[in-house]
Design a protein around this ligand. Structure first.
Ligand code: GAR
Length: 192
């Protein structure tokens, strides 16, 4: 994909389920002149997601869908197509998308995951890294394919695990790196 400027920016939707700190960092990134994306929509499966507050703060359209069945996913697909969305960033989105949904946006869905993939797909990644006495945890941005946390890796950042780390303290340090890694991944795939 070529780097777009001005009104040619890539229309992007961010999917969230919770706090939305990655969403906030992506919004901040999208406001930079050099950013190739413009965030058009925030989508959530959880009407109580804290991150939905950024819709009001930054005046970005938000929509909540339950994602419980194919009919609900169809509605999401329609919404995304009506808004000419060309890039989807999963940012703490805790639902697994169906094959059919992913096929509708082939190569256009990204995810950030709190581990050094292919290690620790799924949940409780930091807990697993600490239990296994790993030296490092970290985060990965990857393309989404039909297998969980298995699509092509775009970039990764290692974070050293300290002796006294708990999953919570480690998650906090990794999250700070996620906020840099996601914009860098987008620059990487959308720049020439
Ligand atoms: C982030 O650590 C993200 O990597 C993780 O959820 C957190 C969301 O934080 N995502 C997953 O575990 C996806 N499997 P945020 O809501 O503050 O961005």
């Amino acid at each position: 994909m070529a780097l777009s400027t001005g009104s040619n920016k890539i229309k992007t939707a961010i999917f969230i389920s919770g706090t939305g700190s990655n969403l906030k960092s992506l919004i901040k990134f999208s406001e930079l002149k050099k950013s190739p994306i413009i965030i058009k929509m925030i989508i959530s499966n959880n009407s109580k997601a804290k991150g939905l507050k950024y819709s009001k703060i930054y005046k970005i359209k938000k929509k909540v869908f339950d994602f419980k069945n194919s009919l609900s996913e169809k509605k999401v697909i329609n919404e995304l197509k009506e808004n000419n969305i060309d890039l989807i960033c999963l940012a703490g989105f805790m639902k697994i998308l169906s094959k059919s949904f992913i096929n509708n946006f082939k190569g256009k869905i990204l995810n950030i995951h709190p581990s050094l993939l292919p290690k620790y797909k799924g949940l409780n990644t930091h807990e697993k890294a600490i239990k296994n006495n790993d030296k490092y945890s970290g985060c990965t941005v990857h393309f989404v394919n039909s297998k969980l946390d298995s699509g092509r890796i775009i970039n990764q950042k290692k974070v050293r695990i300290k002796k006294l780390d708990t999953p919570k303290t480690l998650a906090k340090r990794v999250l700070m790196q996620e906020h840099k890694l996601y914009p860098a991944a987008i620059m990487k795939i959308l720049s020439l």
